[in-house]
Design a protein around this ligand. Structure first.
Ligand SMILES: C[S@@+](CC[C@H](N)C(=O)[O-])C[C@H]1O[C@@H](n2cnc3c(N)ncnc32)[C@H](O)[C@@H]1O
Length: 192
């Protein structure tokens, strides 16, 4: 299994991607083509930039993409990067500068682990619910929300919240995501 995982890291190096995480987005987008269709994209938790590179390669030329992270990120052409906490006032102010609804919100975020599973699971749920709440404020009527989450006791609650807010909810575990990892991706299509 390790060999398969190493293959993604090797492929990333060969194809000029900053992280193997790029392939998770490529694989999820393969069926839905949400990047190609979007005119405005907000990417949350973008560093070191693997997903931003995928967005740059697949988006329409005129599509605007805002990428946000707590950490510094080396620039990616045509991606507007902002170093900030999405829980900050700065982020709220940034959202106010958007003059149209967002077609796609992507989040590959997870919290820094404290090592206490219960605490980490709750903090990740907060982060996921923040993204869902944000989608209610800024997503267009045919928009898409994709978030990273975890297969744990909170997943059922989160899926229910997604189902209450989206016409279609799909759970994805792309081949590039380690089988040993509890991470899964939730996709919400068409806000209710
Ligand atoms: C797994 S990494 C993202 C990897 C990225 N998708 C890629 O392909 O390079 C998750 C990122 O989420 C960011 N993050 C976590 N909490 C955040 C917050 N509250 N505000 C902004 N960024 C956050 C972390 O700093 C980290 O860089």
């Amino acid at each position: 299994m390790k060999d398969i995982q190493d293959t993604w890291a090797k492929k990333a190096k060969q194809e000029g991607y900053r992280s193997r995480a790029s392939y998770k987005l490529i694989q999820i987008n393969e069926t839905h083509k949400f990047i190609e269709q979007a005119d405005l994209i907000v990417e949350l938790g973008s560093a070191p930039g693997g997903w931003s590179q995928v967005i740059k390669r697949k988006k329409k030329a005129q599509t605007k993409c805002l990428a946000i992270d707590l950490l510094e990120m080396e620039g990616v052409d045509e991606i507007d990067f902002y170093k900030m906490d999405l829980y900050s006032d700065e982020f709220t102010k940034l959202l106010k500068t958007l003059n149209k609804k967002t077609d796609l919100i992507l989040s590959d975020m997870s919290v820094n682990l404290s090592g206490i599973k219960l605490v980490d699971d709750e903090s990740n749920l907060d982060l996921n619910l923040f993204c869902l709440d944000l989608s209610k404020q800024i997503l267009s009527s045919k928009g898409t929300l994709l978030i990273k989450t975890f297969s744990n006791t909170n997943l059922k609650k989160l899926k229910k919240a997604f189902s209450e807010n989206f016409e279609k909810v799909i759970m994805e575990k792309p081949p590039a995501s380690k089988t040993s990892s509890a991470e899964v991706y939730l996709l919400g299509l068409v806000p209710k």
